[in-house]
Ligand binder design. Structure first.
Ligand code: ZN
Length: 461
């Protein structure tokens, strides 16, 4: 794979004055390039009605000068309100002599640490009794640390403990006992644009576009219902996405979800946008509110190979020409078998040559059948409701089978269809009563995606 040529090509317009983006770039080069980018962005800002969001983007890019971040990845503040929490101003006085820092090592207990630092025994007891926030001290882990200030009697006057990246415990001495509170640092959410052209694999070009594996898998999850990422990907396929990045005090803590994305496969473009309904459930939809998901999984098992297709064939054990009413997926014994769609189990038990079998009814028209199981998943029985993707049993060779495989059948209005080719219905679209809310909530993010795509094209041509 010619990774470098991909990089060079993709960045070519950005690097016109310099032949390759290498480590030998001087900061002067960086400044020149970033200056040109910010100028272009400024022009776009002036042309855009959404001046507020883009102005801050300008600032953010400037801040990024020292890090030589790929220009392709532009960060701008998200339009949705960020989860800001009021933060109490913390006066850090570590330099004062009465402060000490304890680092927790494997096997250390708080009692041990307090004793080691000559803190009177009743102090820990009182702190632990100071309220619920102090209970976070029960879960200290090696590598974490405390900052404690003490008075002349060695008593604790103040204690700081970082519970995790977002929360700290702050304990202060009162006239009587202690007061403990949790301080939450606000998470700043930014939306980041990224795009790429596939040269050899989605994985490679995703990496080149600064996407980590989890984000690439998110992208696959969104478009995987329409595009077979194992077989359909072609050189020249393109993707672009807006995703959240979460920061605390300027340090990135994690990536958030993809907000909107576009994937062009073999000349056909798919677009998806994330929408969270009023139950707090998030999913991806096309711009007009159709679900990106199908009501059924194409294959309900992670298989090694298809050992027998749908249609007429000579039966391997009966040696007669018979209609094979399903697809056989050869898989390791014990491989989980998933419910292809939401539905209700109508049968669980032995069924002649099918051996251990589960049947599921999905609404009025569709039903699926899973045969030759080695065993059923606990809790799956007739009458039970199951969700798409939920494990219902395990691959085996019960009944008439030459080796471990799943025999899978798909029926529409009672008649057998080829599970590999049957047109799968889409999952439920946005309900009518939420359509206006959906449009209002997604319009802006889709416009952002378009604007970033346009900027990116402008920069590369
Ligand atoms: Zn079969």
């Amino acid at each position: 794979m010619d990774y470098n040529s991909f990089l060079t090509r993709d960045y070519k317009s950005l690097t016109t004055p310099v032949s390759k983006p290498t480590a030998q770039w001087t900061s002067l080069h960086t400044l020149i390039i970033l200056f040109s980018i910010t100028s272009i962005v400024t022009v776009l800002v002036l042309a855009s009605p959404d001046a507020k969001a883009t102005r801050t983007e300008h600032t953010l890019i400037s801040q990024e000068i020292p890090t030589l971040r790929p220009i392709q990845q532009i960060t701008l503040p998200l339009s949705i309100p960020t989860a800001k929490t009021t933060v109490k101003e913390i006066t850090r006085t570590e330099t004062a002599p009465h402060w000490s820092t304890f680092k927790i090592k494997t096997g250390d207990s708080l009692a041990y640490l307090f004793k080691k630092h000559n803190i009177p025994a009743n102090q820990l007891h009182q702190i632990m009794r100071s309220g619920k926030p102090a209970q976070s001290l029960r879960t200290i882990k090696p590598g974490q640390q405390f900052r404690i200030s003490q008075n002349e009697q060695q008593q604790v006057t103040e204690l700081f403990y970082d519970i995790n990246k977002q929360e700290s415990l702050h304990v202060t001495r009162q006239a009587e006992g202690f007061n403990a509170e949790i301080i939450k640092r606000p998470i700043d959410t930014l939306s980041t644009f990224s795009s790429g052209v596939i040269n050899s694999s989605l994985f490679e070009s995703g990496k080149a576009a600064q996407l980590n594996d989890a984000l690439i898998m998110q992208l696959v999850g969104i478009f995987g219902w329409d595009i077979d990422f194992a077989l359909d990907i072609r050189k020249g396929d393109r993707f672009s996405l807006l995703y959240e990045e979460h920061f605390i005090e300027g340090t990135k803590i994690k990536d958030g979800p993809i907000l909107a994305a576009e994937f062009t496969n073999h000349g056909k473009t798919y677009r998806a946008v994330r929408y969270t309904n009023n139950n707090g459930h998030s999913d991806y939809y096309s711009e007009d509110g159709r679900s990106m998901r199908k009501a059924f999984l194409r294959t309900p098992v992670d298989f090694r190979r298809i050992s027998s297709r749908f249609g007429k064939r000579r039966h391997p054990t009966l040696n007669k020409i018979k209609l094979h009413t399903g697809v056989d997926y050869a898989a390791r014994r014990g491989t989980p078998i998933k419910a292809a769609g939401d539905g209700k189990v109508t049968f669980r038990g032995r069924k002649g040559g099918y051996g251990k079998t589960v049947m599921i009814q999905h609404g009025g028209r569709y039903s699926t059948l899973y045969a030759h199981m080695s065993r059923y998943k606990k809790g799956v029985y007739a009458g039970k409701r199951v969700k798409q993707g939920q494990t219902i049993g395990y691959v085996g060779a019960s009944g008439r089978a030459t080796g471990p495989h799943l025999h899978y059948e798909f029926r529409v209005n009672g008649s057998h269809r080829n599970p590999l080719t049957v047109r799968l219905p889409a999952a439920a679209p946005i309900a009518k009563q939420y359509k206006d809310d959906f449009i209002a909530a997604t319009q802006r993010v889709l416009a952002q995606l378009d604007a970033r795509n346009a900027t990116h094209v402008a920069l590369n041509n």
